[in-house]
Ligand binder design. Sequence first.
Ligand code: NAD
Length: 325
Amino acid sequence: MATGQVPFRRAVVTGGCGFVGSHLCDLLLDSGVEVVCVDNFLTGTADNVVHRRADDRFELLVHDVTTPIPVSGGVDLVLHLASPASPQDYLRLPIETLQAGAQGTFNALELARQKKARFVLASTSEVYGDPLQHPQRESYWGNVNPVGPRSVYDEAKRFAEAATTAYRTEHGVDTAIVRIFNTFGPRMRADDGRAVPTFVRQALAGEPLTVTGDGSQTRSLCYVDDTVRGILAVASGRHTGPVNLGNSAETTVLELAHLVGELCGSASPIEFVDRPVDDPGRRKPDITLAWDKFGWRPETEPRKGLSTTIDWFATQLHHTAAGER
Ligand code: NAD
């Protein structure tokens, strides 16, 4: 992963034991920034940061961000990622998801206000709902069902964006919002229900790849190294956002299933299953703003990112089969 100088000495990463958060902790540490990782293991695990345990610039604070976040000492960056993120998780944890987006965001903002730190909210393409505009630009307000099953996540993030904006205007906190589109890579949970880990798990096990609907719905998949590089680029700048971070290369879910099957060397058949309620039909970010303001765009070739991810899952399954942690 590329490293470089960033204008921070000590960062707090809420949700730092999750998939994206743990890679962000790695990038910050590799860039010379001390990290306080705050997590309550609701959907993440300490295993994701275990390789940093011996680094005295890394601190793990086991804490629920829905209560005030007790970090002593100087902090010049707060990155707020704590929230269930996969549909399976937020459908299972609807209240916790709303609370992470509401109280959790207020507490993270309050920490940034007290420390006079830059604050970055990890928002999501889900704020666009089932979008009626393609590709989605930051100026689009979205098409969200406020009482549908996904609303607990979509509306929590929309609220979090509003809270972030209010702290900027009312308290002068130096805030930014990134809207992350589908990201994949090592450290996703095999059972988190998202397309890439599901297909990889099924292909490696020789099971049918379950494609929802007819598989013509699209996703834009960004490799996690690119996503965290984008988050840090936005954090290091002065822009308030929102800024889309994602891959503008659109792929259908069916194409993705075939590609994962091929890269796994699997003969697994495709099995079509029901599509979830309010599952978005198309997802594709317009990343012009990220490119113009930060020179950011995804650099990892999708096949390369998928191969790295598949290798990681294969190693995990091997360790599990061998009875190791
Ligand atoms: P994840 O579930 O792997 O990580 C979330 C982390 O937050 C977990 O470690 C979890 O234990 C922690 N957490 C949840 N509630 C908490 C609480 N109350 N207190 C403390 N910690 C708490 O999810 P992820 O995929 O890494 O997503 C991270 C962030 O990025 C989320 O805010 C998500 O909305 C955003 N995002 C991710 C994607 C993606 O494709 N992965 C896309 C859009 C947005």
